[in-house]
Design a protein around this ligand. Structure first.
Ligand code: PMP
Length: 385
């Protein structure tokens, strides 16, 4: 029997998304598929709030979206600043270093918080004064390991004010289509994401959207891109061709996944992005309030820095991780354990993106709440105490 998948991605998919994948073999240059790809690219632009950004959709997981951005923008010796709010920020350092970047990392004073804006400013200024400003700054919009939300608009504004040539890259794997994000208005240069979270599709597609400024930086690089599959030189013409409804081949796209993504994107746009954001915010606030009313503690240090796409919750004292998670599973609901190495066994994570909040009549979140209350009670914790 299917257990409700309430982890912070992959998430439950709409029947129409799943049906879109049950398509007989279709050529990747069939006119009907090219049309689907074109609509998907145009739709993605609207989802992230850009008119001039260039979307890329490439087979692979969210991690490939990092390589797709980083390998094309970084040249050996370039400086990068990572604002890390958890495991994914820390892993971004590794990704940047793989392509030869010299990386500085800024972390919050306490895990669960966000880096201090004054410190970000100081680091940008210092790099500028040294004559080698940061080529790019990366921000994890929602770090899925901690459930921390960063104010991307404020950070981007600061970066562009202090260091105008520095590119702003946003890891939106756990935020795109759940947290408000306006690429053009906020002057973001690259949004990186994937199909399996708030976009409501199965895993398997890496997605990036690149600003004209970032494309220019790529065009004027002096050295060769150190990747074959992730090189924009290969994919940029393909994306442009698909959007213009012309066939062009570099590597076979995941035809059925792109068909699913078109449906996912169109469903979001039909609901309206503002409605989508508002619904995630309200559902998340209510869910967190319920947990706090039960006496549970959430990982982010304040409600201002708490994500609306997911919740990271500490186990109450005396409740064993394995007991709670297996009891929840017994009640038909899957949530995820903690993954941050320094806190791993002490918290769990619930995803509330896409269908579970956009179509509350399905009762996914209600079922999760009921199952969680039962599982806590069975583990010896009294939610009404
Ligand atoms: N960034 C963030 C914020 C994520 O949550 C994840 C996946 N949980 C990734 C990157 C990597 O994505 P994937 O697992 O699809 O490679």
């Amino acid at each position: 029997q299917h257990k409700l998948c309430m982890i912070p991605g992959p998430i439950e998919c709409h029947e129409d998304v799943l049906t879109a994948m049950a398509t007989p073999a279709t050529s990747h240059i069939d006119p009907s598929f090219i049309q689907v790809f074109s609509e998907t690219l145009k739709g993605l632009r609207q989802v992230v709030g850009t008119t001039s950004g260039q979307p890329f959709v490439v087979s692979g997981s969210g991690t490939l979206s990092w390589d797709l951005a980083v390998c094309n923008l970084v040249e050996t010796g370039n400086r990068a600043l990572v604002l890390s709010t958890g495991l994914f920020g820390d892993r971004m350092v590794d990704c940047l270093e793989t392509y030869g970047a010299q990386v500085d990392v800024l972390r919050p004073a306490d895990l669960g918080g966000v880096p201090d804006q004054a410190q970000v400013r100081a680091m940008l200024e210092k790099a500028g004064q040294s004559g080698t400003p940061y080529k790019l700054v990366t921000i994890t919009h929602v770090d899925t390991s901690t459930g921390v939300l960063v104010d991307v608009q404020a950070v981007s504004k600061l970066v562009k004010e202090v260091s105008p040539t520095t590119l702003v890259l946003v890891d939106g794997v756990c935020s795109v289509a759940a947290e408000p994000l306006y690429m053009d208005d906020w002057k973001i240069d690259v949004v990186m994401t994937a199909s399996q979270k708030a976009l409501g599709c199965p895993p398997g597609l890496a997605i990036i959207v690149v600003s004209p400024t970032a494309l220019n930086v790529w065009k004027t690089r002096k050295t060769k891109v150190a990747s074959y599959y992730a090189s924009w030189a290969k994919w940029f013409p393909v994306m442009q061709a698909y959007e213009a409804c012309k066939p062009l081949y570099f590597a076979t796209p995941a035809v059925q996944l792109v068909m699913a993504l078109r449906v996912g994107v169109q469903q979001l746009l039909a609901k309206g992005m503002e409605h989508v954001y508002e619904t995630h915010r309200t559902a998340s606030d209510e869910f967190k309030k319920m947990l706090h009313d039960w006496g549970l503690r959430t990982l982010p240090t304040s409600s201002e820095v708490a994500a609306h796409s997911m919740t990271a919750v500490y186990y109450p004292p005396n409740v064993k991780a394995t007991n709670l998670l297996s009891s929840l599973s017994h009640h038909g609901v899957l949530v995820a354990g903690g993954v941050h190495p320094s806190l791993a066994g002490s918290y769990f994570r619930v995803g509330h993106m896409g269908l579970s909040v956009l179509e509350p009549e399905r009762g996914y979140l209600r079922k999760t709440e009921t199952a969680l209350q039962r599982a806590l009670t069975e583990s010896g914790y009294n939610t009404s105490a």
